[in-house]
Design a binder for this molecule. Structure first.
Ligand code: DGL
Length: 264
């Protein structure tokens, strides 16, 4: 089926999922919306996040997508069920796959979850991990400073390392062997996060497992794109284009990207 897959996030975080989609599903066409004007979603109320998520899903529905990936944990935590109820196309979230990735590798059955305030407050990961692996201990940690660092393009800076070190101190003394990057922005900070977590801890980004679900959804609904000519993804933002394109090109190793502005 020729139609594109829609991917949404509050900003550039969903690119971590797009990166994996480009690797595993290179034949698919992708249209992305990052709501950078209203980013971060983490500190916002669930009503606001639900409304913004619905606006992005509606815009992509009007463009004729065949599937939607909510590549944002904060939005998945509060809006997945509503979006599924509203639209006919399959809708994939990131929390179930992220939890699955961690449950798979945690031998101690002790898992840390790093996320935005909204995601941590929702307890969505705790519930999902408990559902998949009852009795597992979860150490949730809100990291409100991470998303602004990524959005401002400072994810490789010395400041990023300092902020990550300070934030992760909260986990000192806790024992766990898996840590979920429960925000799609956080893989851009994986390097400092790796540096400041104990060596035995496996870091789980939900992107890989999410794309497993995307592939499964395409197969089950007979939605694979047949055409063999590859098409470039289109990236919409509600914010300024220049910084958006710089992060896309850096993170996805592209020379140029088709970036466009959108009003929601
Ligand atoms: N990428 C979003 C997430 O996964 C970031 C949320 C935010 O904007 O605070 O939660």
């Amino acid at each position: 089926m020729e139609q594109p897959i829609g991917v949404i996030d509050s900003g550039v975080g969903g690119l971590t999922v797009v990166k994996e989609m480009l690797k595993r599903l290179p034949n698919e066409s992708i249209v992305y919306i990052g709501d950078e004007k209203r980013c971060p979603y983490g500190p916002r109320s669930s009503e606001e996040v639900r409304q913004y998520t619905m606006e992005m899903a509606t815009a992509l529905s009007n463009m004729g997508i065949k599937m939607l990936v909510i590549a944002c944990n904060t939005a998945t935590a509060v809006a997945l069920d509503d979006v599924r109820a509203q639209f006919d196309f399959p809708v994939i979230g990131v929390i179930r796959p992220g939890a699955r990735g961690a449950v798979k590798v945690s031998k101690m059955r002790k898992i840390a979850v790093l996320g935005t305030e909204g995601t941590i407050k929702s307890r969505a990961y705790e519930q999902e991990i408990e559902r998949q692996s009852p009795g597992t201990t979860v150490y949730p940690l809100a990291c409100p400073e991470f998303v602004p660092l990524v959005e401002s393009g400072q994810y490789r800076s010395a400041l990023a390392s300092e902020v990550v070190e300070r934030s992760l101190r909260e986990l000192d003394g806790k024992e766990f062997d898996a840590a979920i990057l429960g925000c799609t922005h956080y893989p851009l900070l994986e390097h400092p996060i790796r540096k400041h977590l104990p060596e035995n801890v496996q870091i789980i980004s939900s992107a890989i497992e999410t794309v497993v679900d995307v592939e499964k959804g395409l197969r089950e609904n007979n939605l694979f794109r047949d055409a063999t000519v590859q098409v470039e993804p289109i990236f919409y933002t509600t914010g300024p284009l220049e910084k958006f394109e710089a992060i896309i090109c850096d993170w996805l190793a592209m020379k140029k990207a088709d970036v466009r502005q959108i009003c929601l």
